[in-house]
Design a protein around this ligand. Structure first.
Ligand code: PMP
Ligand code: GLN
Length: 389
């Protein structure tokens, strides 16, 4: 028996491939985006307590009511938007699932969705599995910013939605006020949905602000805004997140969700409802992660990796063309095997990678010892290459 594949061009995703290679070669994994330091112990205790307290049965389909109420309060305090927790917030098993569910709710076969490249690797398969087409708009070579005239050019009568992601994986780019204004102009003229991936909302550096689509009524009325507790509380393995959307959009979202996951892990939701009442837990994340970004750059002084600016997320990209002209997949495989450090090749975030793509992505959400050791390994590998020439 053979399946007529819905995703004939899709293989195993790069994070699984590189993490497996890192394990095989005992390499330090600065590839897949997850923290290697412990999450908050108090939050763990709260989950255990919720289990002991008997919170072990199905939560309501849209999520634990107390958690939705706390999310609404948080959104109101941060973004001055008042989502109705009964109708506009749904707890999901991670943000990837929320994005998939939003796309599945809105897409019909042959619809088009605009995505910016490079982009998080789930977007294009999520579009294609719905029989729709991903129309890619490249981010600018010089600094990964958006050329909004290219977005205008990419819109056709079939365009159903645009996916945006800020802070951006893999580039660490953060949308600015002028980007929001440009997008507002576009949606004023076109009937488009927006899927806004804001999983790194609490990881924004250098005094910049996260501009959530929740702040802009003309964007929000057409948006599914997706978040991840995994990124906010350093527990990516929990796979818990949520989506915020206006009621008519959320009604359709829930129709899909109720026959898919239906609901999420109850004790974690009970624990998160309590934990969210202390804003310091999420507000301190930007500072912590900015220090890690800076520490990695500091440790890599003297290297020929040329780091690009990162203004948010877990990630920073670097140009390695002064070290090697190999393609990025070969280069990252060789670094894993020979230097003992795993990075992610940037081409894996593209459907159409640029021809001369010599970039890798580092994840700096790691213990300082891990970052130091990885940097030492890379520096001595580079020194070995230099002396071999
Ligand atoms: N969006 C982006 C941009 C991401 O980097 C990630 C990575 N974790 C996700 C979504 C997925 O989040 P989750 O693990 O909550 O599904
Ligand atoms: N978001 C993480 C990253 O970009 C990994 C998610 C995954 O493994 N699917 O590295």
């Amino acid at each position: 028996m053979r399946i007529h594949s819905k995703l004939p061009h899709t293989g195993i995703n790069i994070f699984s491939v590189m993490s497996a290679l890192a394990r095989e070669y005992n390499a330090i994994n600065l590839g897949q985006g997850f923290p290697d330091f412990p999450m908050n112990g108090e939050l763990i205790e709260r989950v255990a307590k919720a289990m002991r307290d008997g919170e072990n049965q199905y939560a309501p389909m849209p999520g634990h009511a107390g958690l939705r109420a706390q999310i609404a309060a948080k959104i109101e305090s941060l973004y001055q938007y008042h989502p109705d927790p009964a109708t506009e917030i749904t707890i999901t098993p991670g943000a990837t699932y929320a994005i998939y569910t939003a796309l599945t709710a809105i897409l019909s076969p042959l619809d088009e969705v605009i995505v910016f490249e490079p982009c998080y690797d789930s977007y294009i398969p999520n579009i294609e599995v719905n029989g729709a087409k991903a129309v890619t708009v490249p981010l600018q070579d010089k600094d990964f910013s958006i050329d909004w005239s290219l977005v205008e050019d990419a819109i056709t009568p079939k365009t159903k939605a645009i996916i945006l992601n800020s802070p951006h994986n893999p580039t660490g780019k953060v949308l600015q006020e002028e980007d929001i204004v440009a997008l507002q102009k576009i949606v004023a003229n076109h009937a488009l949905f927006l899927v806004s991936d804001e999983v790194y909302e609490h990881l924004v550096f250098d005094g910049l602000n996260h501009l959530s689509f929740l702040q802009y009524p003309d964007l929000m009325e057409r948006s599914f805004v997706c978040f991840s507790f995994g990124k906010t509380y350093n527990c990516t393995g929990w796979k818990l997140g949520y989506c915020v959307a206006p009621e008519p959009l959320m009604n359709e979202f829930r129709k899909i969700h109720q026959y898919n996951a239906f609901t999420c892990h109850t004790p974690s939701q009970v624990a998160l409802a309590d934990f969210l009442t202390v804003p310091a837990h999420y507000l301190q994340q930007s500072k912590l992660m900015q220090e890690k970004r800076d520490y990695l750059i500091e440790c890599m002084k003297g290297s020929r990796f040329r780091f690009l600016p990162s203004y948010g997320s877990f990630f920073i990209c670097a140009d390695y063309s002064a070290i090697s002209m190999e393609n990025d997949l070969e280069f990252t495989e060789r670094l894993t095997k020979e230097a003992g450090v795993t990075l992610i090749p940037l081409s894996s975030f593209y459907r159409n990678p640029p021809l001369h793509n010599h970039f890798v992505r580092f994840c700096f959400a790691k213990e300082n010892n891990t970052l130091k050791e990885a940097a030492n390994r890379l520096l001595s590998y580079e020194a070995g290459l230099r002396s071999a020439h």
